[in-house]
Design a protein around this ligand. Structure first.
Ligand code: NAP
Length: 318
């Protein structure tokens, strides 16, 4: 049987399915792979299932053109931790798990939008502190999202799922910025990034990570936002320049932020942790058993196709 290396523990049903078709080695640690582990995996296994944090940079593939591994079947839709061009140059294909993550991640975006706008984290902390003095008409007033404008940056699968929820669920008007022209099934206008920032009450980041989108939101972009607006990031941490975000929040340039991802995970700057105007989640986008199971099955389908010589269902990188 072909050899499969899985770099983190996955749901039991995924491991069971994997063992039916492969000799499976599961790494039991939950931390990212070190460079030596990555290079050893490329030498020893036919397929590797890596995930977020496993930094397959170009130098990991040095001298790997004749290695045993022919596929990195990434567990996750985001693959900016893998240098796909360097993998391809070594003859190693890369696949991902699109679609499986879409609805659950959009749910987390909506949760962060509501929590940030309606001050849910702050309110929950107030109740827990025992210092809540009771309801009154001007207590903890937030931003009601109905009929407000939601600006989505990156109108792909997740962006569109967020748009559907925000428009049909919350009654928001949708505008979006996307790299290419996009026809979508939600009433919405495509605009330039600066117009989106200036017009939105809620700005939501849903682009992939990587060199093209790194620090797409920095000081100038935060300055272009309205002072009552909120920024939500469910994409990748470095899409937003964290230091600039902290400065903008401290200066009251924007009203709040909801973050599921951070520039240097799992480090979250103390300045962010101290601010009541930010809602912080530990990268929960796809954190549900059925979602993680579907992601695992999708990665396995790619691994199986590879060893059977079939076309890969979800290749990335052209
Ligand atoms: P997708 O379908 O590929 O959508 C990405 C969209 O972003 C595409 O429409 C793309 O435009 C657009 N885009 C790319 N670069 C851009 C740029 N420079 N400026 C403007 N728009 C740009 O991907 P998806 O499935 O929606 O996932 C998006 C990302 O979410 C993933 O890559 C991942 O990093 C992140 N994610 C996070 C979590 C979490 O746990 N928080 C979970 C899942 C995914 P084109 O139409 O021109 O290609």
């Amino acid at each position: 049987m072909p050899e499969l290396y899985i770099t983190r523990p996955l749901p039991d049903s995924v491991l069971e399915a994997a063992r039916a078709a492969f000799n499976v080695t599961v790494r039991t640690q939950t931390s990212p792979l070190k460079k030596g582990e990555m290079r050893a995996a490329l030498v020893l296994y036919d397929v590797v299932i890596p995930t977020l944090g496993d930094l397959f940079a170009a130098d990991v593939f040095d001298g790997m053109a004749g290695s045993r591994c022919r596929l990195l079947a990434n567990f996750g839709v985001g693959y900016n931790h893998i240098d796909v061009a360097a993998a391809r140059a070594a003859g190693i294909a890369v696949t991902n798990t699109p679609g499986a993550v879409t609805e659950a991640t959009a749910d987390i975006a909506l949760m962060l939008m509501l929590m940030s706008a309606r001050r849910a984290g702050e309110g929950e902390r107030l109740v827990r502190s025992g210092k809540w003095t009771g309801w009154h008409p001007t207590q903890m007033l937030g931003l009601h999202l109905g009929a407000k404008t939601c600006g989505i940056v990156g109108m792909g699968r997740i962006g569109q799922a967020i748009a559907r929820r925000a428009h049909f669920g919350l009654g928001m008007e949708i505008i979006y910025h996307n790299r290419s022209a996009k026809a979508i099934d939600v009433p919405a206008r495509q605009v330039g990034l600066n117009d989106l920032l200036a017009q939105s009450d809620m700005v939501v980041m849903a682009v992939p990570g990587g060199a093209e989108t790194r620090h797409m939101i920095g000081a100038a972009e935060l300055c272009a936002m309205q002072s009552h607006a909120h920024l939500i990031n469910i994409a990748r941490g470095d899409v937003v320049e964290e230091a600039a975000l902290i400065a903008a929040l401290q200066a009251g340039q924007i009203a709040g932020a909801g973050l599921d991802v951070f520039e240097h995970e799992p480090d979250v700057p103390e300045a962010l942790r101290r601010m009541d105007t930010v809602t912080l989640l530990p990268h929960l986008g796809t954190a549900a058993l059925d979602v993680r199971t579907e992601m695992g099955m999708m990665a396995l389908a790619n691994a199986t196709a590879q060893v059977q010589g079939d076309p890969l269902p979800n290749p990335v990188g052209g």
